[in-house]
Design a protein around this ligand. Structure first.
Ligand code: APR
Ligand code: PHB
Length: 392
C-alpha cells in the first residue's frame, strides 16, 4: 500500500488529522491497533476549550457536539469547606468551555470517516517506522496475523503515550522530559444527574476530588488515590462516602448517588518529547506530550497540534511550501510547555502530598486564597483553563 500521509493511531489526534487532510484533498490512511468498539468505549476527559470546539466545527465534525455539548460559564473551587465560583467569561473577555466526552468525539469522527473518508483500518498494529529521514518512510504493521507495509510521503505519529512512533527517533535525535506524580486518580462513571452545574475541583485534607459530568443524566467523578491502587478495593459505597467527605461544605449541598457503571485508575504524569519531528515523521497529541488531567488540557493540546500539522502538510503537499512544517515542532511546543506548567500548578495546588507537611498544606491554601481574593490571580487561572491562544 502507498499513501501520502500514513497516520498511526485512531484516537482524536489521528482521526481529526485524517478528516482535515481529506477535506484538503490529501490522501491518507489511518492504522489503529484496537477495534472500533474498544476506541469508542475508552473513557477519557471531556472538557473542550473554545478553540477545540471551533476546530471540530471547521472539520465539519461538530453536529452532535453543537446539539449535545454542555456550555459551561465557570468552574468551582472548593477548599476549607467553602465554595468559590471562577467566572470564565467575566475573567477572559467572554470565553466559555464545553463539556462533551472524548469518546463521543471519537464516535463522531469514526462514523464520518467510515461513511466517506479515507481508509481507517482497525486491528492494524504498527510495529515499525523505517527510514523516517528518507523521501519514502515505511510503516510496518500486523493485521489479521499478516505483516503489511504502508509506504508514505509523510508519517504522522498519533499513537498516544504508549505508541511506537517516538521510538522511531534515532538515539540522540530527541529528548524526553518526564515527571511522575506520587498519586493517581480513581475515576467513576455514574448513572445519576450531576450534583452541580459546573465542574467542582475540591482540595481537602483527605485528598483531591473532581466532580464532572457527561450529560444531564450521567456524572463523572474522580478521587485522588495512592499510586498502585486497585479499583477493586473500592466498592461503590466506599467511593460515595469518600466523595461526600471530600466535597463537604458548610452550605447546603448534596451529592447525588446512583449506580456506578465504570471504575478505573489513571496514573498522573507529565511527559514532553522534543522535538516533535524527525525527518518525515511528525508526532502529535499524546504521542508527543501528556499532562496530568487536573487542567483538562490533554485533548485540547492534541487538537491544537493537529490543526497546525494539517495546515503544514497541506502547504507542503499541495504547493511544496515547507515553511510551516519546518516550524511545526517549535510552534506547538511553546503552547505544550505552557499547558504542562498550568497542569502541574493545578495538580500541585489541589492534591495532598503523601509525605506533605503542615507547611505544604498552608502553601496550597494560600495559593487558593490568592486566587479567590484577587481578580488578577483568578484571571490568570481562567485564561489558562479556558485555553491560551492557539499557535495558528
Ligand atoms: N499501532 C496502531 N495504533 C496504535 C499503536 C500502534 N502501535 N499504538 C497505539 N495506537 C493507538 C491507540 O490504540 C489509540 O487509539 O493510537 C491511539 C492513540 O490515541 P490516544 O491515546 O487517544 O491519543 P491522542 O489521539 O493523541 O489523543 C489525546 O487522549 O489520552 C487522551 O488526555 C489525552 O485527551 C487526550 C487525548
Ligand atoms: C472529565 O470530565 O473527565 C474531566 C474534566 C476536567 C478535568 C479532568 C477530567 O480536569
Amino acid at each position: 500500500m502507498r499513501t501520502t500521509v500514513g497516520i498511526i493511531g485512531g484516537g482524536p489526534a489521528g482521526l481529526l488529522l485524517a478528516r482535515l487532510l481529506d477535506r484538503a484533498g490529501i490522501d491518507c490512511v489511518v492504522l489503529e491497533r484496537r477495534t472500533r468498539e474498544y476506541v469508542e468505549r475508552r473513557q477519557r476527559a471531556g472538557m473542550l476549550e473554545q478553540g477545540t470546539v471551533h476546530a471540530l466545527r471547521e472539520a465539519g465534525a461538530a453536529e452532535r457536539l453543537d446539539a449535545e455539548g454542555l456550555v459551561h460559564q465557570g468552574i468551582e473551587l472548593r477548599f476549607d469547606r467553602e465554595r468559590h465560583h471562577i467566572d470564565l467569561p467575566a475573567l477572559t473577555g467572554g470565553r466559555t468551555v464545553t463539556i462533551y466526552a472524548q469518546t463521543e468525539i471519537v464516535k463522531d469522527l469514526v462514523a464520518l470517516q467510515l461513511a466517506d473518508g479515507p481508509p481507517l483500518l482497525f486491528g492494524a498494529e504498527v510495529f515499525a517506522v523505517e527510514r523516517p529521514e528518507s523521501e519514502a518512510p515505511v510503516v510496518r504493521f500486523l493485521r489479521q496475523g499478516r505483516e503489511e507495509t504502508l509506504i508514505c510521503d509523510w508519517v504522522a505519529g498519533c499513537d498516544g503515550f504508549h505508541g511506537i512512533s517516538r521510538d522511531a527517533f534515532p538515539a540522540g535525535a530527541g529528548r524526553s522530559y518526564a515527571h511522575e506524580y506520587p498519586y493517581s486518580w480513581l475515576g467513576v462513571l455514574a448513572q445519576v444527574p450531576p450534583s452541580c452545574e459546573e465542574l467542582i475541583y475540591a482540595r481537602g485534607e483527605r485528598g483531591f476530588a473532581l466532580h464532572s459530568m457527561r450529560s444531564p443524566s450521567v456524572s463523572r467523578l474522580y478521587l485522588q488515590v495512592p499510586n498502585g491502587t486497585d479499583a477493586g478495593d473500592w466498592p461503590d459505597e466506599r467511593i460515595w462516602d469518600e466523595l461526600d467527605a471530600r466535597f463537604a461544605i458548610d452550605a447546603d449541598w448534596t451529592l447525588n448517588r446512583g449506580p456506578i457503571t465504570a471504575k478505573s485508575v489513571t496514573v498522573m504524569r507529565s511527559h514532553v518529547h522534543e522535538p516533535m519531528r524527525h525527518g518525515r515523521l511528525l508526532l502529535a497529541g499524546d504521542a508527543a506530550h501528556i499532562v496530568p488531567p487536573t487542567g483538562a488540557k490533554g485533548l485540547n493540546l492534541a487538537v491544537s497540534d493537529v490543526r497546525v500539522l494539517a495546515r503544514a502538510l497541506t502547504d507542503v503537499c499541495l504547493s511544496g511550501d515547507a515553511q510551516l512544517l519546518d516550524s511545526y515542532s517549535e510552534l506547538c511546543l511553546k503552547r505544550v510547555w505552557q499547558a504542562t506548567r498550568f497542569s502541574d500548578d493545578m495538580t500541585k495546588m489541589l492534591h495532598t502530598q503523601p509525605n506533605g507537611d503542615a507547611f505544604d498544606h498552608r502553601m496550597q491554601l494560600a495559593r487558593l486564597r490568592r486566587i479567590t481574593a484577587s481578580r488578577h490571580a483568578a484571571a490568570e487561572l481562567a485564561a489558562n483553563y479556558a485555553g491560551l491562544p492557539l499557535p495558528l
